[in-house]
Design a binder for this molecule. Structure first.
Ligand code: PNW
Length: 460
């Protein structure tokens, strides 16, 4: 047998290492200091929407434990930390008066991070839309995009003197298609026309928000997307390639082309026009959406395999109009989410984005895996997660070796947390959370990641 041990890899000097979280998934304190309700409060309290009726009311209680959590980040050697700001803490009504006590929390958090030498990366919107905005149509209403710019300006005003890196949205694909298309996420609507209106208004929110931040002086502004690595079941089949083209259009190009190429692709608009008259699309919108970005965040978990199969139901609400396309069931070793483990998908995705959308620095803003980890004494062995992260870091390194301008890697997630529709049942953290005691225990993967950061690479 040949020895197939992988080679040692070293990342470029200055490569950014860190971890990511999101407000609703970790903060808890759902009613503290004037926070208003969000669509996730409403959704999680609606019977049948979230596993076992879990809510983010307490979550990891990070709102009260942020000092200890930042100390843990420092211990692990993180250079940066990506967190999101909860819009309903800042504007309980979604627009209008700003709640200073909400801003105070992020003020304290940023000071704590900087005091420990950790660079904050702010996400302005990670899915917790103020409920009063949803009551007026949410992302199907153009005004939500305008309100987002006002909210972004308020947060910027308070934190700009200390926060350098700003991103507008996290994964607008999920907000639009899972929120308004198949209803698996808040607000739980199932309407393809609404999903496409949401896509556009989310992009517009990004554009207006980025404009507002720049006008206020921001120099590093970007967005995080979750592009699909779409793979044909049979690369030699022209029909499978056509299926890839459609799914790629609905998942990737519908976001990336207006963001980075100045407008929506004609084939995608033609498809969308089957569901809506496109009256949400106004003159000048594409110019706003296509304003400059300084970084593009990529969240990658697993590839998507598709095949042309007459009679197949397609991707349902998450991919309107894909009847006749089969989304292949995942095979091989799976994570606890039932997702495939395929690091090469990350290399291919980064290469593709670097090639088709050149000129923008890329960051992996999320990558990680859920496994059913259990503490053994004061250790939490998670060899599967270490294997997953090791494989994906090698894949990211391979993309860099092939010329992709990848600047950093943030693991999802720092802590086990509220995994949306899966509640607390799925554990993505490199740090274990006991939800009864709120005790944090770094898993073996956290120790391993600490070593990766220290070496700026992986051993052979
Ligand atoms: C991302 N999908 O969500 C989010 O940014 C995180 O908040 C989340 O915890 C993490 O990935 C793990 O799920 C996704 O169905 C949720 O394809 C669902 C999908 C993709 C990403």
């Amino acid at each position: 047998m040949l020895d197939r041990a992988p080679a040692a890899v070293r990342f470029p000097e200055g490569f950014v290492w860190g971890a990511a979280t999101a407000a609703y998934q970790i903060e808890g304190a759902a009613r503290d200091d004037g926070r208003g309700p969000s669509i996730w409060d409403t959704f999680s309290r609606t019977p049948g929407k979230v596993h076992a009726g879990h809510t983010g009311d307490v979550a990891c209680d990070h709102y009260h434990r942020y000092r200890d959590d930042v100390a843990l980040m420092a211990e692990l050697g993180l250079a940066s930390y990506r967190f999101s700001v909860a819009w309903p803490r800042i504007q309980p009504d979604g627009s209008g008066p700003v709640n200073p006590r909400g801003l105070d929390f992020y003020d304290r958090l940023v000071d704590e991070l900087l005091g420990r030498g950790i660079d904050p990366i702010v996400t302005l919107y990670h899915w917790d839309l103020p409920q009063p905005l949803e009551d007026r149509g949410g992302w199907t209403n153009r005004e939500t995009a305008e309100h987002f710019a006002g909210y972004a300006t308020a947060v910027y005003g308070r934190l700009a003197d200390r926060v350098r890196t700003w991103t507008t949205l996290n994964e607008p694909w999920c907000s639009a298609y899972l929120g308004y298309g198949n209803g698996v996420h808040a607000p739980g609507r199932q309407d393809p026309a609404a999903a496409f209106a949401a896509v556009h208004h989310l992009l517009l929110a990004h554009g207006l928000g980025a404009q507002a931040l720049r006008a206020a002086g921001a120099t590093t502004v970007g967005i995080t997307v979750n592009p699909a690595a779409v793979v044909p079941a049979d690369p030699d089949s022209a029909a499978d390639q056509r299926a890839v083209r459609l799914v790629d259009g609905l998942h990737n190009r519908i976001f990336l082309d207006p963001l980075l190429r100045g407008g929506y692709p004609a084939d995608v608009l033609e498809h969308v026009a089957r569901f809506t008259d496109l009256d949400f699309l106004r003159d000048g919108d594409e110019q706003i959406i296509g304003g400059p970005v300084d970084l593009l965040g990529i969240n990658y978990y697993a590839p998507t395999y598709v095949a042309a199969r007459p009679g197949a139901p397609g991707g349902d609400g998450a991919y309107p109009g894909t009847e006749g396309i089969e989304f292949l069931p995942p095979v091989g070793p799976l994570t606890d989410m039932g997702w495939m483990i395929e690091p090469s998908g990350l290399t291919a995705l980064l290469e593709r984005i670097g090639r088709d959308y050149p000129g923008v620095p890329l960051f992996v803003t999320e990558n990680g895996a859920a496994f059913p980890d259990r503490p053994e004494g004061d250790r939490v062995p998670d060899p599967d997660r270490i294997g997953y992260l090791d494989g994906h870091l090698r894949a990211a390194h391979e993309a860099i070796a092939r010329g992709v301008d990848l600047r950093g890697y943030l693991v999802w997630s720092l802590l086990d947390n509220f995994e949306w529709a899966e509640g607390y049942d799925k554990r993505f953290g490199i740090v274990h959370v006991d939800y009864l005691s709120q005790r944090r225990t770094p898993k073996d993967s956290a120790r391993w990641f600490q070593e990766v950061i220290r070496r700026n690479g992986l051993e052979g």
